[in-house]
Design a protein around this ligand. Structure first.
Ligand code: SAH
Ligand code: SF4
Length: 366
């Protein structure tokens, strides 16, 4: 993605920001809707072509601002149709985004940070460390770019966006909220709240704020049914344990009138995949507006963990079903191009000094 540009990137302004900007240039508030339409609904990268905007405003925008379009470093295509783009993040770094076409939906999985500081013990992004937050323009630029690339090959636009790429979106709250505004704005991407999913490992204070500032679907990276195990797998749990996290999820649903929270649960052989774990998870979620998405662990270089067997995963799901908890098994997509969940690594110059987690971790062989 482009070097940090001296000129502000237009892709980074939501409707409120763009209204201020255009009024400041002598325009009218409704011009913001027109510019949003050009940039995001039509995917334009040329301010001078925005014919319904006064010429002097277009000139100002063209000289003092940039679009902020991402620069593609590499593009990969999986045998199953999944595609991955490596995008320039400046300074020799890169982030990744993944497009997953399915018959019923066309999902784009986007990144929110260059790396991640939260250090979950089974995640390739976490293993790379953290460098910086992405800007709103860099976050939204991924959706903008995917739609352009799809249009070029005569394909339909993205129908769903999930924040399940590199980074912890709620750790980049200030840049995230305008991006969510753009995704759900009727003049920009027009996604309904159910088609945009923020996935978090459980930053409770930011989750509480999100219920006030946005209205999108929520996925929570659970991965363990008790604090002792979750502390090891998802170290942020040491700060915000399950007893804080779950009430924050139900509160979020009440505020946003959402129907359910999806709990992601990576199935790691001999670590969190036993029937006892499923029963404990069922007790936690019973009677709550929850669904569980079981993700077969995806291996990556340097990590000793192993994927649970298909039979173990099915058994785990059945225990949840018997307790009346909805549970699905996520289909692994794009693993031949390292595009599956948790395999995104990009290129990160780690700046973290203190690493949580991983130490003292031990894999039980079942
Ligand atoms: N930081 C956010 C979103 C990015 S990770 C979060 O943690 O929710 C997206 C999902 O992939 C999360 O549920 C994450 O726990 C899961 N994941 C990470 N590493 C994985 C791996 N190696 N195999 C399978 N899923 C993994
Ligand atoms: Fe960060 Fe999410 Fe990976 Fe944990 S699972 S290290 S929060 S990207």
């Amino acid at each position: 993605m482009s070097k940090i540009a001296a000129k502000p990137a237009l892709l980074g302004f939501d409707r409120a920001g763009l209204t201020d900007l255009l009024v400041g240039l002598g325009g009218k508030p409704f011009h913001a809707k027109q510019v949003l339409k050009w940039l995001h609904a039509r995917g334009s990268n040329d301010v001078r072509a925005m014919t319904d905007i006064a010429t002097h405003i277009r000139e100002k925008l063209a000289t003092d601002y940039v679009i902020g379009e991402p620069q593609v470093l590499e593009h990969f295509e999986s045998a199953d149709g999944t595609r991955k783009w490596l995008l320039d993040a400046g300074g020799g770094q890169a982030i990744e985004m993944v497009f997953i076409p399915e018959p019923a939906r066309r999902t784009l999985c986007i990144s929110s940070q260059v790396g991640c500081a939260l250090d979950c013990s089974f995640c390739s992004t976490g293993a790379q460390g953290f460098n910086r937050n992405l800007t709103t323009a860099e976050i939204i630029g991924q959706v903008w770019l995917a739609n352009r690339e799809l249009a070029h090959s005569g394909e339909q636009r993205v129908t769903n966006v999930v924040f399940m790429g590199m980074g912890e979106p709620l750790a980049n709250y200030r840049q995230l909220v305008p991006a969510l505004n753009l995704l759900t704005d009727d003049f920009a991407y027009m996604f309904s709240r159910r088609r945009v999913t923020v996935s978090t490992s459980g930053l409770v204070p930011q989750l509480e704020k999100l219920g006030h500032d946005a209205n999108v679907a929520l996925a929570v990276s659970m991965h363990a049914p008790n604090d002792a195990l979750r502390n090891q797998l998802v170290p942020i749990n040491n700060r915000h344990p399950i007893s804080e996290l779950l009430p924050a999820c139900w509160d979020y649903l009440r505020r946003t009138s959402g129907r359910s929270v999806t709990f992601e649960y990576t199935m790691i052989h001999g670590v969190n995949d036993q029937v006892e774990h499923a029963r404990e998870l069922a007790r936690l979620l019973k009677g709550q507006p929850a669904k569980v998405n079981l993700i077969p662990y995806n291996p990556f270089a340097g990590n000793p963990m192993k994927r649970s067997s298909a039979a173990t995963i099915r058994k785990f799901r059945d225990v949840l079903h018997h307790a009346d908890i909805r549970a699905t098994i996520r289909k692994t997509r794009g693993d031949d191009i390292d595009a599956a969940c948790g395999q995104l690594a990009g290129q990160v110059n780690d700046r973290t000094t203190v690493r949580l987690g991983r130490k003292n971790f031990h894999v039980v062989t079942a």
